[in-house]
Design a protein around this ligand. Structure first.
Ligand code: ADP
Length: 252
């Protein structure tokens, strides 16, 4: 394997505790350090479950998941959480300052760092247009951000952790495609050693992933690069065609 493996799944099968259905089946996967894995698939195909397992929200058997070469069961939860920058779909901001929201968990964050990470997340200019810049209060007693602005602040927060692995779970759904593409490419440039997992609905934004997997009913139905998957003419190619058509229709 060319680069040091960052994430390895070995024939992982998973049922939620107390249920019978296998929601992930025989998932085998390697993601190299600094690489990007994109996961696509219909609602209910198991994308979030896979992320839940990487975040250690549920237990798996020994030998099934390794992070940085170590079995996930040997990594203390606290250490694991510090390795991971996770941006959930429904991100949460505190009714406190921008700086607090970006630095959450790192009270010693400097203005320089807040600037750097908000620039990567492409929210810096908008923050600077607020009355008190980084010290602007958000929420009920302050500025009410749009959904897309909140998402970008959440990304800046995940970046500020300097994580080994960053997971974006459809985290840019409220920004337009161009901005999403631009944020993801800046992210890639500034986080060369950070492994990224993107759960994405817009295929246009994951074209450059090193590896794309298509989940269907908990199984990897297809895997490869964007070009390879399009050439294969299967599920991914169908999704892509459909999205291109939708884009055309919405433009006209
Ligand atoms: P996706 O993220 O692709 O929409 P999920 O990982 O959320 O898919 O869901 C995969 C399957 O697991 C679905 O059938 C869903 O109903 C089931 N599931 C999700 N969360 C739970 C849970 N906490 N307990 C039991 N089943 C769950």
């Amino acid at each position: 394997y060319a680069v040091e493996p960052s994430i390895e799944l070995d024939n992982l099968t998973f049922k939620y505790p107390g249920t019978k259905a296998e929601v992930l089946k025989n998932i085998t996967l390697k993601v190299g350090k600094g690489e990007t894995l994109a996961i696509v698939g219909k609602t209910g195909s198991g994308k979030t479950t896979l992320v839940n397992l990487l975040l250690k929200l549920y237990n798996v058997d020994d030998g099934k998941i390794k992070l940085g070469g170590n079995d996930i069961n040997r990594i203390p939860v606290k250490k694991l959480r510090s390795m991971m920058g996770y941006v959930p779909q429904d991100n949460f901001l505190f009714s406190k300052t921008v700086k607090y929201n970006v630095g959450f968990g790192h009270e010693d964050i400097t203005d320089e760092e807040v600037k750097h990470f908000t620039q990567i997340a492409q929210i810096y200019d908008e923050i600077m247009s607020f009355p008190k810049g980084f010290d602007t209060e958000l929420g009920e007693r302050g500025v009410n951000m749009s959904g897309g602005q909140k998402q970008r602040v959440s990304i800046a927060r995940a970046l500020a952790k300097k994580p080994e692995i960053i997971i974006l779970d459809d985290s840019l759904s409220a920004v337009d495609t161009k901005t999403e593409e631009s944020i993801l490419s800046h992210l890639k440039e500034s986080l060369k050693d950070t492994t990224s997992i993107l759960i994405a609905h817009r295929i246009s934004t994951i074209k450059h992933a090193n590896q794309i997997i298509v989940l269907e009913d908990g199984e990897i139905a297809e895997r490869g690069t964007h070009d390879a998957l399009v050439a294969m003419g299967g599920l991914y190619a169908d999704m892509y065609k459909k999205q291109l058509l939708e884009e055309k229709l919405s433009e006209s």
